[in-house]
Structure formats: C-alpha cells, structure tokens
Design a binder for this molecule. Structure first.
Ligand code: IPE
Ligand code: IPE
Ligand code: MG
Length: 246
C-alpha cells in the first residue's frame, strides 16, 4: 500500500506498536536471535519515516518490557549493546527528520552506559517539533499504573491533596504518558493476539490491528495498510451507531 491510498483526514494522532517476531524471523533465516533484533532496527527506521510522512504526532514503540529482563542474560546484554548502537547510528537521522525522542519505562534498571546514551538522545532531540517517538523501555502497563499510585499516595500522605482530588484526569497526569493523548490505534506484529503488559490504562478505547508480518519484515507500507484499516472502522465509545453518524 502506498501513502496516496491513506485518507488525509482521519490520521490518528497517536499510534502504538508492539514490535514482535524478531526471534522467529531469525530462526526462519537460520541465524541467532540477535540478528532478528538487529534487522528490526531497519523496520523502526522505516515506520518512523512513514509516521512522519503521514503527520502522525506520537508513535510509541514497545521495545523492551519489564518481563524481557527475564530472558537469557546473553540476549539481554546483546539487546543493550544493540540499543546503544542503534541510538548512536540513528541520532543524526532523527534530528534531521525533526523527531523528538522520549522514553517511558524504568530507566534506572539499565546499565549506566545505556541510561546515559538514552538521556543524551532525549536531550539532543528535545527541541524538535515533528514526530514524537516514544520508546517503551523496561516498560510495563502495570508498572506505569503502580508508579502513578505511589506518586499520588505520597501527595495524599503529605497533605498536598485530598483523596477527592483523585479523578480520572488527575490519575492520567501521573502516568508516564502524561501530556500524551491515548493511542487511537495499537498495532501488534507477528500474529500474536495479546497485549503483553503494554499500555494498559491508555488503550481503553484503542482500535487493535494484528498483523502476521514478523517485525523485521514490517515496513511503512504495512503501517499505511493498518491506518487505512483503522480509517474504515466506526469508533462508538459506548454510543449507538446512529448517535455517531448524526
Ligand atoms: C520482539 O521480538 C523484541 C523484543 C521483545 C525485545 P521477540 O524477541 O519477542 O521475537 P519472538 O517473539 O521470539 O519471535
Ligand atoms: C512484547 O513482546 C514486548 C515487546 C515487544 C518489547 P514479547 O515477545 O516479550 O511478549 P510475549 O512474551 O510473547 O507475550
Ligand atoms: Mg516475542
């Protein structure tokens, strides 16, 4: 699918992606799992470009979950090295494309060198005004919600706020995605039909799109396809179809 087939009206502001299938891609090609992860960087480059072309404002990529720390330690360390390499390699390109990089997740769990590189990339791109590229790193939806609860509890305990101040907007302002609209569209690749502890609160009304393509084979044309599919849906938010059409 090419970009002309995507309608200019009805572009989602925020698209979130569970990038899955790197290991199976590697297996299919008779190579080590890490090669699949490395190939996955090309897919990231392609959809960041595609998202920019479409005028999407926020693209959130699930790159490493809280649970991924439990993978074999060789794979985890190889992923850390890849993360540094990818940032170093892509940072100029991101700046050129006016992309602002953000991270959601528990950065403190990362090796110092990775954490520093991430903070540096966030800083270097902080003034950019194009696509907001949000990386989910050491992220999980439950972690996000628990962190918000902890922060709010401290504010109640210190007397800064009353329990009755805790409404939906207040809670949202304490999530890691504070200030970012909820994703209208969530994509998962590799033919798995689950959320795997990704944005739990934020996807309350997201449209889901599942693709059988393994992440290292996913390109911006596949993103365009997902957007067109999304554009053909009716989002009712609990209302009736008649209410939506009128
Ligand atoms: C997604 O690919 C990348 C990460 C979770 C880091 P996987 O590594 O999960 O690939 P599969 O699911 O084993 O094929
Ligand atoms: C989800 O993929 C996490 C990321 C894409 C970063 P996983 O491959 O870890 O998910 P499960 O284990 O299959 O649910
Ligand atoms: Mg997987």
């Amino acid at each position: 699918m090419n970009i002309e087939q995507v309608s200019k009206s009805g572009i989602p502001r925020h698209v979130a992606v569970i990038m899955d299938g790197n290991g199976r891609w590697a297996q299919k090609h008779g190579s080590e799992r890490i090669l699949g992860h490395r190939q996955g960087v090309n897919s990231v480059r392609s959809i960041v470009e595609g998202a920019g072309e479409l005028g999407i404002e926020y693209l959130t990529l699930y790159a490493f979950s809280t649970e991924n720390w439990d993978r074999p330690k060789e794979e985890v360390s190889a992923l850390m090295v890849l993360l540094i390499d990818a940032i170093v390699q892509e940072i100029d390109n991101l700046n050129e494309k006016n992309v602002r990089m953000l991270v959601i997740g528990d950065l403190c769990c990362f090796p110092k060198e990775v954490e520093n590189k991430l903070r540096e990339a966030i800083q270097t791109t902080s003034k950019n005004t194009g696509l907001n590229l949000i990386l989910g790193l050491s992220y999980s939806g439950r972690w996000d919600i628990l962190e918000a609860v902890r922060k709010i509890s401290l504010e109640v305990k210190s007397g800064q706020i009353e329990v009755s101040d805790v409404n939906e907007q207040f809670f949202v302002d304490h999530l890691s995605t504070s200030g970012i609209p909820d994703p209208e569209l969530l994509i998962r690749t590799s033919g798995e039909f689950r959320i795997s502890n990704f944005l739990l609160w934020q996807i309350a009304y997201s449209e889901f799109y599942f693709s059988n393509i393994l992440w290292p084979d996913f390109r911006k044309e596949n993103l365009f396809e997902a957007i067109v599919d999304f554009q053909n849906r009716e989002r009712r938010f609990g209302k009736t179809s008649e209410q939506i059409r009128n």
